[in-house]
Design a binder for this molecule. Structure first.
Ligand SMILES: *[C@@H]1O[C@H](CO)[C@@H](O)[C@H](O)[C@H]1NC(C)=O
Ligand SMILES: *[C@@H]1O[C@H](CO)[C@@H](O)[C@H](O)[C@H]1NC(C)=O
Length: 321
Protein backbone atom coordinates (compact mmCIF):
# COMPACT_ATOMS: atom_id res chain seq x y z
CA UNK A 1 0.00 0.00 0.00
CA UNK A 2 1.39 3.45 -0.90
CA UNK A 3 2.03 6.03 1.81
CA UNK A 4 -0.81 8.18 0.61
CA UNK A 5 -3.19 5.25 0.44
CA UNK A 6 -2.18 4.30 3.90
CA UNK A 7 -2.86 7.68 5.42
CA UNK A 8 -6.24 7.85 3.65
CA UNK A 9 -7.00 4.46 5.08
CA UNK A 10 -5.91 5.61 8.51
CA UNK A 11 -8.03 8.71 8.26
CA UNK A 12 -11.12 6.71 7.27
CA UNK A 13 -10.39 4.23 9.99
CA UNK A 14 -10.40 6.88 12.69
CA UNK A 15 -13.39 8.69 11.23
CA UNK A 16 -15.21 5.41 11.29
CA UNK A 17 -14.13 4.60 14.80
CA UNK A 18 -15.55 7.91 15.91
CA UNK A 19 -18.80 7.51 13.99
CA UNK A 20 -19.61 3.89 14.43
CA UNK A 21 -17.81 2.71 17.49
CA UNK A 22 -21.02 2.26 19.42
CA UNK A 23 -22.84 0.60 16.57
CA UNK A 24 -20.41 -2.07 15.38
CA UNK A 25 -17.17 -2.33 17.30
CA UNK A 26 -16.68 -6.07 16.92
CA UNK A 27 -17.15 -6.34 13.17
CA UNK A 28 -15.20 -3.24 12.20
CA UNK A 29 -12.49 -4.15 9.65
CA UNK A 30 -12.71 -7.75 10.72
CA UNK A 31 -13.01 -8.79 7.10
CA UNK A 32 -11.71 -7.25 3.94
CA UNK A 33 -14.33 -6.69 1.27
CA UNK A 34 -13.86 -6.90 -2.47
CA UNK A 35 -16.49 -4.80 -4.20
CA UNK A 36 -15.32 -5.71 -7.72
CA UNK A 37 -15.79 -9.47 -7.67
CA UNK A 38 -15.44 -11.70 -10.72
CA UNK A 39 -17.12 -15.11 -10.74
CA UNK A 40 -15.73 -17.78 -13.03
CA UNK A 41 -18.25 -19.84 -14.99
CA UNK A 42 -17.10 -23.07 -16.62
CA UNK A 43 -18.45 -23.26 -20.14
CA UNK A 44 -20.81 -26.15 -20.69
CA UNK A 45 -20.47 -28.80 -23.41
CA UNK A 46 -23.05 -28.43 -26.20
CA UNK A 47 -25.15 -31.59 -26.34
CA UNK A 48 -28.28 -30.28 -28.04
CA UNK A 49 -28.19 -30.80 -31.85
CA UNK A 50 -29.82 -27.44 -32.60
CA UNK A 51 -27.01 -25.66 -30.75
CA UNK A 52 -24.13 -27.57 -32.36
CA UNK A 53 -23.73 -25.27 -35.38
CA UNK A 54 -22.79 -22.38 -33.06
CA UNK A 55 -19.95 -23.83 -31.03
CA UNK A 56 -18.66 -26.70 -28.90
CA UNK A 57 -19.29 -25.07 -25.52
CA UNK A 58 -21.76 -22.48 -24.25
CA UNK A 59 -23.12 -20.47 -21.34
CA UNK A 60 -26.79 -19.42 -21.36
CA UNK A 61 -27.30 -15.70 -20.78
CA UNK A 62 -29.66 -16.46 -17.86
CA UNK A 63 -26.73 -17.56 -15.66
CA UNK A 64 -24.66 -14.57 -16.71
CA UNK A 65 -27.53 -12.16 -15.95
CA UNK A 66 -28.13 -13.92 -12.65
CA UNK A 67 -24.52 -13.50 -11.50
CA UNK A 68 -24.36 -9.93 -12.78
CA UNK A 69 -27.60 -9.10 -10.95
CA UNK A 70 -25.86 -9.86 -7.65
CA UNK A 71 -23.20 -7.25 -8.39
CA UNK A 72 -20.49 -9.37 -9.98
CA UNK A 73 -18.86 -9.77 -13.34
CA UNK A 74 -18.45 -13.06 -15.17
CA UNK A 75 -15.34 -14.69 -16.55
CA UNK A 76 -16.13 -17.56 -18.93
CA UNK A 77 -13.67 -20.43 -18.43
CA UNK A 78 -12.99 -22.69 -21.38
CA UNK A 79 -12.54 -26.42 -20.94
CA UNK A 80 -9.46 -26.68 -23.17
CA UNK A 81 -6.77 -25.09 -20.98
CA UNK A 82 -3.88 -26.67 -19.08
CA UNK A 83 -3.85 -27.32 -15.33
CA UNK A 84 -1.26 -24.54 -14.96
CA UNK A 85 -3.62 -22.12 -16.71
CA UNK A 86 -6.51 -23.09 -14.42
CA UNK A 87 -4.25 -22.57 -11.39
CA UNK A 88 -3.45 -19.11 -12.66
CA UNK A 89 -7.15 -18.30 -13.28
CA UNK A 90 -8.02 -19.49 -9.78
CA UNK A 91 -5.84 -16.77 -8.28
CA UNK A 92 -7.74 -14.12 -10.23
CA UNK A 93 -11.41 -15.04 -9.66
CA UNK A 94 -13.50 -14.68 -6.51
CA UNK A 95 -15.77 -17.66 -6.83
CA UNK A 96 -16.86 -20.37 -9.23
CA UNK A 97 -20.27 -21.24 -10.65
CA UNK A 98 -21.09 -24.70 -12.06
CA UNK A 99 -24.11 -24.31 -14.37
CA UNK A 100 -26.64 -26.92 -15.45
CA UNK A 101 -26.44 -28.97 -18.63
CA UNK A 102 -25.83 -32.53 -19.71
CA UNK A 103 -22.29 -33.88 -19.39
CA UNK A 104 -20.68 -36.97 -17.93
CA UNK A 105 -19.80 -36.09 -14.35
CA UNK A 106 -16.74 -38.34 -14.21
CA UNK A 107 -15.21 -38.44 -17.68
CA UNK A 108 -16.12 -35.20 -19.50
CA UNK A 109 -13.85 -32.16 -19.86
CA UNK A 110 -16.41 -30.28 -17.77
CA UNK A 111 -15.89 -32.76 -14.91
CA UNK A 112 -12.10 -32.75 -15.36
CA UNK A 113 -11.83 -28.97 -15.13
CA UNK A 114 -14.35 -28.78 -12.27
CA UNK A 115 -12.23 -31.23 -10.27
CA UNK A 116 -9.12 -29.08 -10.69
CA UNK A 117 -10.94 -26.01 -9.37
CA UNK A 118 -12.66 -27.96 -6.62
CA UNK A 119 -9.33 -29.19 -5.27
CA UNK A 120 -7.81 -25.71 -5.49
CA UNK A 121 -10.83 -24.33 -3.61
CA UNK A 122 -10.55 -26.93 -0.83
CA UNK A 123 -6.87 -26.12 -0.32
CA UNK A 124 -7.45 -22.37 -0.46
CA UNK A 125 -10.32 -22.43 2.05
CA UNK A 126 -8.30 -24.67 4.37
CA UNK A 127 -5.55 -22.04 4.30
CA UNK A 128 -7.98 -19.22 5.12
CA UNK A 129 -8.23 -18.01 1.51
CA UNK A 130 -12.03 -17.80 1.25
CA UNK A 131 -13.34 -19.12 -2.10
CA UNK A 132 -17.02 -19.94 -2.72
CA UNK A 133 -18.48 -22.43 -5.23
CA UNK A 134 -22.10 -22.65 -6.37
CA UNK A 135 -23.65 -25.51 -8.34
CA UNK A 136 -27.06 -25.35 -10.01
CA UNK A 137 -28.88 -28.51 -11.19
CA UNK A 138 -26.18 -30.62 -12.85
CA UNK A 139 -23.72 -28.25 -11.19
CA UNK A 140 -25.02 -29.38 -7.80
CA UNK A 141 -24.90 -33.00 -8.92
CA UNK A 142 -21.29 -32.43 -9.94
CA UNK A 143 -20.48 -31.03 -6.48
CA UNK A 144 -21.89 -34.19 -4.89
CA UNK A 145 -19.75 -36.36 -7.20
CA UNK A 146 -16.65 -34.34 -6.29
CA UNK A 147 -17.34 -34.56 -2.56
CA UNK A 148 -18.39 -38.24 -2.54
CA UNK A 149 -15.64 -39.29 -4.96
CA UNK A 150 -18.25 -41.33 -6.83
CA UNK A 151 -21.45 -40.82 -8.77
CA UNK A 152 -24.34 -41.62 -6.43
CA UNK A 153 -27.08 -40.15 -8.61
CA UNK A 154 -30.20 -42.09 -9.47
CA UNK A 155 -33.38 -41.33 -11.34
CA UNK A 156 -35.33 -38.60 -9.52
CA UNK A 157 -37.17 -37.05 -12.45
CA UNK A 158 -38.85 -33.70 -11.87
CA UNK A 159 -39.11 -32.32 -15.38
CA UNK A 160 -40.69 -28.98 -16.13
CA UNK A 161 -42.38 -28.65 -12.77
CA UNK A 162 -42.28 -25.79 -10.27
CA UNK A 163 -42.32 -26.86 -6.61
CA UNK A 164 -42.28 -25.36 -3.12
CA UNK A 165 -39.31 -26.53 -1.01
CA UNK A 166 -39.69 -28.92 1.89
CA UNK A 167 -37.25 -27.10 4.19
CA UNK A 168 -35.39 -29.06 6.87
CA UNK A 169 -34.81 -27.72 10.38
CA UNK A 170 -31.20 -26.99 9.32
CA UNK A 171 -32.51 -24.57 6.69
CA UNK A 172 -33.63 -22.23 9.44
CA UNK A 173 -30.07 -21.83 10.71
CA UNK A 174 -28.46 -21.90 7.25
CA UNK A 175 -26.33 -19.19 5.69
CA UNK A 176 -28.17 -19.37 2.37
CA UNK A 177 -31.59 -18.48 3.75
CA UNK A 178 -30.33 -16.36 6.63
CA UNK A 179 -31.18 -12.97 5.15
CA UNK A 180 -34.63 -14.03 3.91
CA UNK A 181 -37.69 -12.17 5.22
CA UNK A 182 -40.08 -14.45 7.16
CA UNK A 183 -42.76 -13.97 4.54
CA UNK A 184 -40.47 -15.29 1.80
CA UNK A 185 -39.49 -18.35 3.82
CA UNK A 186 -43.18 -19.11 4.25
CA UNK A 187 -43.83 -18.58 0.54
CA UNK A 188 -40.88 -20.83 -0.31
CA UNK A 189 -42.52 -23.72 1.54
CA UNK A 190 -46.04 -23.11 0.19
CA UNK A 191 -45.76 -21.70 -3.33
CA UNK A 192 -44.16 -23.28 -6.42
CA UNK A 193 -41.14 -20.95 -6.54
CA UNK A 194 -38.46 -23.43 -7.68
CA UNK A 195 -38.24 -24.61 -11.29
CA UNK A 196 -37.14 -28.23 -11.72
CA UNK A 197 -35.72 -29.62 -14.95
CA UNK A 198 -33.87 -32.81 -14.12
CA UNK A 199 -33.94 -36.57 -14.57
CA UNK A 200 -31.23 -37.48 -12.10
CA UNK A 201 -30.54 -36.46 -8.55
CA UNK A 202 -29.50 -37.59 -5.13
CA UNK A 203 -32.07 -39.33 -2.97
CA UNK A 204 -32.33 -38.24 0.66
CA UNK A 205 -31.58 -41.83 1.66
CA UNK A 206 -28.36 -41.93 -0.38
CA UNK A 207 -27.34 -38.57 1.03
CA UNK A 208 -27.91 -39.69 4.61
CA UNK A 209 -26.17 -43.02 4.05
CA UNK A 210 -23.10 -41.40 2.51
CA UNK A 211 -20.76 -40.42 5.32
CA UNK A 212 -18.79 -38.22 2.92
CA UNK A 213 -21.82 -36.25 1.75
CA UNK A 214 -23.66 -35.92 5.05
CA UNK A 215 -20.55 -34.85 6.93
CA UNK A 216 -19.65 -32.32 4.25
CA UNK A 217 -23.04 -30.76 3.49
CA UNK A 218 -26.05 -29.65 5.50
CA UNK A 219 -29.28 -30.74 3.85
CA UNK A 220 -31.51 -27.65 3.59
CA UNK A 221 -34.43 -28.89 1.51
CA UNK A 222 -35.97 -31.94 -0.11
CA UNK A 223 -38.62 -32.60 -2.76
CA UNK A 224 -40.51 -35.55 -4.18
CA UNK A 225 -39.79 -36.78 -7.73
CA UNK A 226 -42.32 -38.15 -10.23
CA UNK A 227 -41.37 -41.70 -9.19
CA UNK A 228 -41.98 -40.89 -5.51
CA UNK A 229 -38.28 -40.66 -4.60
CA UNK A 230 -37.40 -38.00 -2.02
CA UNK A 231 -34.52 -36.05 -3.48
CA UNK A 232 -32.03 -33.52 -2.14
CA UNK A 233 -32.95 -30.08 -3.48
CA UNK A 234 -30.72 -27.62 -1.56
CA UNK A 235 -27.38 -28.16 0.23
CA UNK A 236 -24.69 -25.99 1.76
CA UNK A 237 -21.19 -26.89 2.95
CA UNK A 238 -20.78 -27.14 6.69
CA UNK A 239 -17.16 -25.96 6.72
CA UNK A 240 -16.77 -24.76 3.15
CA UNK A 241 -18.63 -21.99 1.30
CA UNK A 242 -19.97 -24.47 -1.27
CA UNK A 243 -23.65 -24.36 -2.22
CA UNK A 244 -25.90 -26.50 -4.38
CA UNK A 245 -29.45 -26.30 -5.68
CA UNK A 246 -31.08 -29.03 -7.76
CA UNK A 247 -33.54 -26.38 -9.03
CA UNK A 248 -32.91 -23.28 -11.15
CA UNK A 249 -32.99 -19.88 -9.42
CA UNK A 250 -31.87 -18.08 -12.62
CA UNK A 251 -34.98 -18.99 -14.65
CA UNK A 252 -37.24 -17.02 -12.29
CA UNK A 253 -35.92 -13.76 -13.70
CA UNK A 254 -34.14 -14.59 -16.92
CA UNK A 255 -36.00 -17.26 -18.91
CA UNK A 256 -39.44 -16.84 -20.41
CA UNK A 257 -40.23 -19.83 -22.67
CA UNK A 258 -44.04 -20.14 -22.56
CA UNK A 259 -43.95 -23.95 -22.70
CA UNK A 260 -41.88 -24.23 -19.54
CA UNK A 261 -42.92 -23.79 -15.93
CA UNK A 262 -40.64 -20.95 -14.99
CA UNK A 263 -41.83 -19.28 -11.77
CA UNK A 264 -42.18 -15.52 -12.32
CA UNK A 265 -44.27 -14.40 -9.34
CA UNK A 266 -42.93 -11.57 -7.19
CA UNK A 267 -41.89 -14.11 -4.53
CA UNK A 268 -40.12 -16.16 -7.19
CA UNK A 269 -38.24 -13.08 -8.38
CA UNK A 270 -37.34 -12.11 -4.81
CA UNK A 271 -36.02 -15.62 -4.13
CA UNK A 272 -33.82 -15.49 -7.22
CA UNK A 273 -32.54 -11.99 -6.37
CA UNK A 274 -31.67 -12.82 -2.78
CA UNK A 275 -29.80 -15.99 -3.67
CA UNK A 276 -27.80 -14.20 -6.37
CA UNK A 277 -26.92 -11.47 -3.88
CA UNK A 278 -26.06 -14.05 -1.24
CA UNK A 279 -23.57 -15.84 -3.48
CA UNK A 280 -21.97 -12.65 -4.75
CA UNK A 281 -21.60 -11.46 -1.15
CA UNK A 282 -19.65 -14.66 -0.58
CA UNK A 283 -17.51 -13.73 -3.60
CA UNK A 284 -16.82 -10.31 -2.05
CA UNK A 285 -14.95 -12.09 0.71
CA UNK A 286 -12.34 -13.33 -1.78
CA UNK A 287 -9.42 -11.02 -2.46
CA UNK A 288 -8.12 -12.85 -5.54
CA UNK A 289 -7.45 -10.41 -8.35
CA UNK A 290 -6.13 -10.06 -11.86
CA UNK A 291 -2.56 -8.91 -12.42
CA UNK A 292 -3.64 -5.79 -14.31
CA UNK A 293 -6.83 -3.95 -15.33
CA UNK A 294 -6.05 -4.87 -18.96
CA UNK A 295 -5.87 -8.56 -18.13
CA UNK A 296 -9.12 -8.28 -16.19
CA UNK A 297 -10.93 -6.47 -19.00
CA UNK A 298 -9.85 -8.98 -21.62
CA UNK A 299 -10.99 -11.93 -19.48
CA UNK A 300 -14.60 -10.90 -18.90
CA UNK A 301 -17.69 -12.03 -20.78
CA UNK A 302 -18.47 -8.50 -22.04
CA UNK A 303 -16.13 -9.17 -24.97
CA UNK A 304 -18.47 -11.87 -26.26
CA UNK A 305 -21.77 -11.40 -28.06
CA UNK A 306 -24.61 -13.77 -27.24
CA UNK A 307 -26.70 -15.35 -30.00
CA UNK A 308 -30.50 -14.96 -30.01
CA UNK A 309 -31.79 -18.49 -29.31
CA UNK A 310 -35.32 -17.99 -27.93
CA UNK A 311 -36.85 -19.41 -31.12
CA UNK A 312 -35.03 -22.76 -30.90
CA UNK A 313 -33.92 -23.29 -27.26
CA UNK A 314 -35.39 -22.61 -23.81
CA UNK A 315 -32.81 -19.84 -23.36
CA UNK A 316 -33.37 -16.28 -24.56
CA UNK A 317 -29.74 -15.86 -25.61
CA UNK A 318 -26.65 -18.04 -25.42
CA UNK A 319 -22.92 -17.30 -25.42
CA UNK A 320 -20.99 -19.81 -27.55
CA UNK A 321 -17.27 -20.50 -27.23
C1 LIG B 1 -40.62 -33.35 3.90
O1 LIG B 1 -39.47 -33.92 4.49
C2 LIG B 1 -39.73 -34.83 5.54
C3 LIG B 1 -38.41 -35.32 6.07
O2 LIG B 1 -37.57 -34.27 6.33
C4 LIG B 1 -40.58 -35.99 5.01
O3 LIG B 1 -40.91 -36.85 6.08
C5 LIG B 1 -41.84 -35.45 4.37
O4 LIG B 1 -42.55 -36.50 3.78
C6 LIG B 1 -41.48 -34.42 3.31
N1 LIG B 1 -42.71 -33.85 2.75
C7 LIG B 1 -42.81 -33.49 1.48
C8 LIG B 1 -44.14 -32.91 1.06
O5 LIG B 1 -41.90 -33.58 0.68
C1 LIG C 1 -34.33 -17.80 -35.03
O1 LIG C 1 -34.39 -16.40 -35.22
C2 LIG C 1 -33.26 -15.85 -35.89
C3 LIG C 1 -33.38 -14.33 -35.84
O2 LIG C 1 -34.67 -13.91 -36.23
C4 LIG C 1 -33.19 -16.42 -37.29
O3 LIG C 1 -32.07 -15.88 -37.97
C5 LIG C 1 -33.07 -17.93 -37.19
O4 LIG C 1 -33.10 -18.51 -38.48
C6 LIG C 1 -34.20 -18.52 -36.36
N1 LIG C 1 -33.92 -19.93 -36.15
C7 LIG C 1 -34.84 -20.88 -36.20
C8 LIG C 1 -34.37 -22.28 -36.00
O5 LIG C 1 -36.02 -20.63 -36.42
Amino acid sequence: MSGRGFSAYFYLFFTCIICCYEAMPAKLFEEAVNDRPVIGVLTQIVSDDVMKPFGRTYIPDSYVNYIESGGSRVMPIRLTLSTAEYKSIFKKINGLFFIGGAADLKTSDFARVAKIFYELALTANDAGDFFPIWGTCMGMQLLTVLVAGENLLTQTTAENVALPLNLTTEAHSSRMFQGFPKELIKALTEEPLTGNFHNFGLTVKTFQESEKLSSFFSLLSTNIAENGAHFVSTIEGKRYPFYGVQWHPEVNRFQWDRKLNFPHSSHAVQLSSLLAEFFINEGRRSLHHFDSPEEEDSSLIYKFTPVYTANFTAYEEVYFF
